[in-house]
Design a protein around this ligand. Sequence first.
Ligand code: OGA
Ligand code: NI
Length: 346
Amino acid sequence: MERILDQKLVSSWFDVHQSVPETYVFPPEKRPGKLNVPLCKSIPVVDLGSHDRRDTIQQIFKASQDFGFFQVINHGVSNKLIDDTISVFKEFHEMPSKDKARECSKDPSRDCKLYTSSENYANEEVHYWRDALTHPGHTSEKYLQYWPQKPTQYRDVVKRYLEEARNLGAVILELLAEGLGLSAEFFNGGHSDSPMLLSNHYPPCPDPSLTLGLTKHRDPTLITILLQDTEGLQVFKDGNWIGVEPVSTAFVVNIGYVLQIISNSKFKGAEHRVVTNSRVARTTIAYLIYPSNENLIEPAKALCNQNPPLYQSLTFKEFLKNFKANFKSKIDSTEAVLQTISLSGS
Ligand code: OGA
Ligand code: NI
């Protein structure tokens, strides 16, 4: 099992090929197309250090409606910790594949794991140009005992990072809740208490016009908070792809399906994808804020006074089952995911 995985990792073989292996070449209509899309200066960069709370809420509300994406600066997480975190994940993905596989195979429940392309590798027609490390975002010993111990700083740095990410997530969720007219604590507890960490790694690719790091998708999260230091993330807006400009020390925040449902479609889960490049490896760190499995996902009652609820209620576990089934069955299934629970009939 381990042997097989470590040979499949893109990072284990990308530098011995002059061209893209066939199983990574997308059919022409699914290729990324024009690669030099404009980097978007219009995706708002919100200053969380501002003392004008109402203005901050307004900016975040508007960005969530217009793009489903925004960036935050002056968020209180130190630049040193951000740099250390990016470094530790870069170092992790650069370790020999066997070491990576070994460091990620301690968890009997496989919540901490390393994989490549998507979790559905065996059944994919075309693979994505990425490796991924994931584990729960909680930092107690119960979880931490299964994390990698190499690089040697991994547990220390990632623990501190996840504690900061949790606090930042709570701050952003409060601002989003208030913007929607909900109580500031609305997303506390079951709506947000099962975070996951996901570190994506996209090695340099000999021909980025043929491959994708990740296909067009929306995240099955409440929100996702991402660290990136290199271009590659693109947002689908009004029929065009636009690049999310890396802003050093900023976090990129995007709205996921769960918040789309709870907000009764006031916010839309943002469609995005990742393209590869031929120059440098790109490593990102996502903090995925998920509800707990038994949490009921439904449009907030307070948002259904004037507008009828657009979605049925279901537990997050049921939602995920739906999401995975739809995602597997169709490549371009971002709409199909919500259709089964839609009450609007459209
Ligand atoms: C994801 C994702 C973006 C990136 O993991 O869902 O969209 O730039 N990642 O790695
Ligand atoms: Ni995503």
